[in-house]
Design a protein around this ligand. Sequence first.
Ligand SMILES: [Zn+2]
Ligand SMILES: [Zn+2]
Length: 334
Amino acid sequence: MTIDKSADLAGGDKELAFQNAASALNLDEVLPMRVFAGTWDNFYFFQSDELFVAEFADVQRELLALEGASVACLINLDETSILEVESAAMIYFDLASSGDDFVAALGGAGGKPGWMHLVDRYVMASNRGTWCIYCEKANDVAIIALADAESARRFASPLRRLRAENIQSLVAGGSVGVTPFNRLVPTWREGLLANFSGRQPEDDSRLGEAGAHIGTTCSCGESSAEIRVDGTVKQLYPNFEMIKTSDWRALLKCPVCGQLWSVDEWDKYQVQLAVKLPDANNWKLDDTDRRKAFLLRSRGGYDAGTCFRAGCEAKSIKGSAYCVDHSYAVGMRI
Ligand SMILES: [Zn+2]
Ligand SMILES: [Zn+2]
């Protein structure tokens, strides 16, 4: 038997998994507040139903295998009055747990509903602790938190199977996006964005420094073709010539080297980019290509799979089920 509900902790790995799950949360908080305690690098959201199906056994085995862990502990927080290893309501899974085992453990027995059928809160972590899943089933929301930037690459395959995305992408999907992220009330949308926005791209550099140069030098030459910025256009580029503005973008010219830049107006909920342009004629068209290039670069390139969209054979990008074009089409920008 590879699944047990016992508190037999003869193997220290089980207790470690329990401790990692128990210490991952700030138990006084619920969504949309920041429920995770400690330092996490990034958060990927998915539908909580993905957790309570037989296929999740494959995902959890993959999570364990990719981090070199041996066991995961799933705790039902609503059935647990004291979060101690002796008394918590928990189930362990390991590298041999099958889909059938999973359904047997969560499906209920003897007329008692299983965890699959309860609308409770859950937390899950492994003995290595580089990921942690938190789930509020009543809200259909689950989140997997990752410990470091490397983890997003390492766990690309299980993230894809869970169809997990960062919250900015899901919110950007709008009404045609993934349920329940396409119908969040404003307090939830704002709360999730404020508390769970992902890390900045690694090569993020702010053009404020370049734009702030007064004199005869500039850093346009050294700067990437597209960069993420944060601030009003005037703050970022006090000395640049404003050629024109249109649709929340400004076309600017460097006073030193003459380089043209298209810069987004500042918006709290949008990724703001500054992109280099070859000329002023097709500035908005060129801008879209540059944004797609930025998206691909910020994701760390392509992964091994192909786009999830039916009929699309293009390579998918890391951390997304879609290719660059389809990721961009659903509103993904970083
Ligand atoms: Zn310049
Ligand atoms: Zn595609």
